[in-house]
Design a protein around this ligand. Structure first.
Ligand code: TYC
Length: 113
């Protein structure tokens, strides 16, 4: 048999090894990243306004909202909740818009968990 200048006879015969059939390699569905929504303290926003924000926008009970407001007041910042990107973005926007409309300097941000 003649020695072929290729590693194997498939290549020498012009077959590139591609059968034309698509092979599914692996399926890896990554969980979407989560985002912490943070509420920041300031010296001017009234406590009751913050409590109202936490009830209305984050669905907390009055007791939960009051407790978290006090945590922010004492510590400077607290995580209000953890959400998928678009939910977190929407809630941050709602807080900022509501505070702006009432002329309070309340700040709300998000960061990747
Ligand atoms: N520190 C504010 C006050 O004494 C109350 C406050 C709490 C403001 C939480 C913002 O995210 C905040 N009136």
């Amino acid at each position: 048999m003649t020695k072929l200048p290729y590693g194997n006879k498939e290549r020498a015969s012009g077959d590139d090894g591609d059968s034309g059939v698509l092979v599914q390699r692996e399926t890896r569905t990554k969980r979407p990243p989560l985002y912490k929504v943070l509420l920041l303290n300031d010296d001017f926003t009234p406590m009751e306004f913050v409590v109202h924000v936490l009830e209305r926008i984050f669905g907390m009970s009055h007791a939960q909202a009051f407790e978290l407001m006090l945590t922010v007041h004492k510590k400077g910042v607290a995580v209000v909740g953890v959400f998928a990107f678009e939910i977190a973005e929407t809630k941050v926007g709602q807080v900022m818009e509501f505070a702006r409309r009432h002329q309070h300097p309340l700040q709300c941000t998000m960061e990747r968990e």
